[in-house]
Design a protein around this ligand. Sequence first.
Ligand SMILES: Nc1ncnc2c1ncn2[C@@H]1O[C@H](COP(=O)(O)OP(=O)(O)OP(=O)(O)O)[C@@H](O)[C@H]1O
Ligand SMILES: [Mg+2]
Length: 354
Amino acid sequence: MLTTLEIENFRCIEAARLELDLQGTGILGANASGKTSLLEAIYFLGLGRSFRTTVREKLVREGAEYFRVVGRIRTQRGDVTAGIEYRDGTTRARLAGQDVAGMSEVAEALPIQIIDPGVHRLVEEGSARRRRLLDWGVFHVEHDFLGVWRRYQRGLKQRNAALRAGAEARLVGVWEQELVDCAGRLDEARRRYVERLRPYFEEVTRALLGAPANLGYQRGWAGDESLAEALERVRARDDKLRTTTVGPHRADLTFRLGSSLARDRVSRGQQKMLAAALILAQIQVRATLPGEPTCLLLDDPAAELDGENLGKLLGVIRQTPAQLVVTSVSEAGLRGIPIGRVFHVEQGRFRAVE
Ligand SMILES: Nc1ncnc2c1ncn2[C@@H]1O[C@H](COP(=O)(O)OP(=O)(O)OP(=O)(O)O)[C@@H](O)[C@H]1O
Ligand SMILES: [Mg+2]
């Protein structure tokens, strides 16, 4: 859990220091005051990327040369400091006084999820967001998952490069054994995780949508063949498209309400409820396992929801063990959320409300 946060030159925030509440912190401010920027800074600290842009330069405050986010994290093994800085096109992360290469150590100490007004895209858009969320859950359960996933990505890159170069079949095939080796392990880990997640997802969707939604998992290639067979079968097509069209990098989650796929028949508000259900169910699973609790960022939770649905969502959030950081344009927007401390933000400056 995040106890103290220091931000320099991140978006409109020139300098800020906040003591966060272990249960819930409210952030109140007008439009364009810096509320989402604060959540984005926390997210960047934990995950090394933004949920709004892939262009890091945009995160640097106008006229500044770098940004830095430092957080004091309370873990079960004691307090540690994590920091991340971006300058001259390079991002450097530190944990407990040591440089860290990937973000996985920080992510382990500070698991983060966000429900924001764009969360419905999880249901509406392509599989990449769903896969990333799925893998967030798997990563926090199975610690060797990340290593296998990285090996797979390297192999995939090589096979795609060979396809693009128009290499002969033998050279393309060299990378396939590596893909096949990793794919089985990725698939099994994801499958085990989805099994674990399913009852939680059904329970949460029952509470949010009135009936349990079914969670499906597609591994990224046909069920009746091995990946080796699938790769061979699509070789001609992959040659033409110059990319690998089957494998765990195409895995997906599906949601069914009754007999139809949710994304074909739900409204925007329901999409938000369904997406939030997936995130909250994952946080609940996380909380049953060893490891640190999740810090859940809620950006304007009332957006898109009527009073009844907002009430249901907040009801489930209250039952989900997480440290909350919640933004709203008005005090009414924080009602019903367990908040121990509130800040007002104006033009990127934060002031604790007594
Ligand atoms: N790199 C940057 N440097 C300076 N200001 C920036 C930068 N990037 C964004 N901003 C500004 O930061 C301000 C705050 O944006 P932010 O999205 O945090 O507002 P918000 O409080 O979440 O507003 P809303 O209630 O509309 O969602 C905006 O005016 C935006 O233009
Ligand atoms: Mg905002």
